[in-house]
Design a protein. Structure first.
Length: 340
């Protein structure tokens, strides 16, 4: 959707919702991982053995967002001589086997007989197609689906197959999955060595930096919201409520903000009021976290945060949130937020 920088008051509801649903913030840890993927991708051209990387993280921390961000710069194209697929990516099916994985990779490359033949025959076709299509990087998402099989034989088979595919194609590979997916690498020392470059995408932690990274992220998100009035998401009181509601997990945080924006716009509001955020919490968070109080209705969560999440000397805990923060009229920069 092309909006041509129209002012918000001239946009339709759908146009403004499109903006809310496509907010993207590349914060420092994202940039670090994207840089590491880029290094694996391009430095492998100058080495006998390709660089590979394993990215792990809990659900909702942004692993798939990182992959999609990187993949956007390497689109598939069609030529007279065939398909050009610089970046081959698949989500590993469940239940996962080598057969199901190689079949899906062949299907993604356009093999009309993607599900035919033995694993050996399919693998030979896959190696040939990867070369013909110019594949220079492979992404395998949801790698933990192999763990779901709970079979040492399956894990050993897939680790051997991956190791051989990397050696035969000399194409770098990025594995993405939950932390337990690391078990597959541990079963094969040669495969583990090839994925020694490992990154963990963890949730935001308020205690580590008194909420600086989390509040900076909220500030960047608000700067992209299609709302005409400030919601002051990064001010200490509001940020604490979002942190408690989301546990620092980007997936929950963005659901709260996007659905809250949807409700606000439908009601003719131009900022995120507590009322819409409370509804968003009940709709998108409460089912997964039934033990939590709704932080957009009550202040009861503050003592829980102080006891469980923060250092006692942290100046941004209960004492700093006992009163409502007054909205600032001027636009703030990220440095303003950090020194607040």
């Amino acid at each position: 959707m092309i909006l041509d920088n129209k002012p918000f008051n001239e946009m339709t509801l759908l146009e403004r919702l499109y903006i809310a649903n496509n907010i993207y913030v590349s914060y420092p840890r994202f940039k670090e991982i994207l840089s590491a993927i880029n290094d694996c991708h391009h430095f492998s051209n100058f080495k006998d053995e390709p660089e590979c990387l394993f990215l792990k993280g809990e659900t909702g921390t942004g692993k798939t967002t990182i992959f999609k961000s990187y993949a956007a710069d390497y689109p598939r194209s069609e030529t007279d001589s065939g398909s050009i697929v610089p970046l081959l990516s698949v989500t590993i099916p469940s239940p996962a086997t080598v057969k199901s994985l190689v079949s899906k990779l062949l299907w993604e490359l356009g093999d009309p007989f993607w599900d035919k033949g033995s694993i050996s025959n399919q693998t030979i076709r896959l190696i040939g197609l990867m070369k013909d299509c110019g594949v220079s990087l492979v992404f395998l998402d949801e790698f933990q689906h192999f763990i779901d099989r709970d079979s040492a034989k399956v894990l050993k088979t897939v680790s051997d197959w991956l190791k051989d595919l990397i050696l035969d194609t000399k194409v770098p590979m990025i594995l993405i999955g939950l932390p337990e997916a690391e078990t597959v690498l541990q079963l094969n020392s040669q495969l583990s060595r090839r994925f020694a470059n490992r990154h963990n995408l963890s949730p935001f932690s308020w205690a580590d930096d008194s909420g600086i990274e989390f509040r900076t992220f909220l500030h960047a998100v608000e700067s992209q919201l299609p709302l005409m009035e400030p919601s002051n998401l990064s001010e200490s009181e509001m940020a604490l409520r979002f942190y408690y509601a989301s546990d620092g997990i980007i997936g929950y945080l963005m659901k709260l903000i996007r659905y809250g924006t949807h409700l606000a716009l439908k009601q003719g509001q131009e900022k995120l009021e507590f009322s819409v955020l409370a509804r968003a919490f009940e709709q998108y968070v409460k089912a997964d976290k039934p033990y939590k109080n709704n932080p957009f209705i009550t202040d009861n969560f503050l003592q829980e945060l102080q006891n469980n999440s923060f250092k006692k000397e942290d100046s941004t805990t209960v004492g700093a949130t006992s009163q409502r923060m007054r909205p600032k009229k001027k636009n703030k920069s990220a440095s303003d937020v950090l020194h607040k």
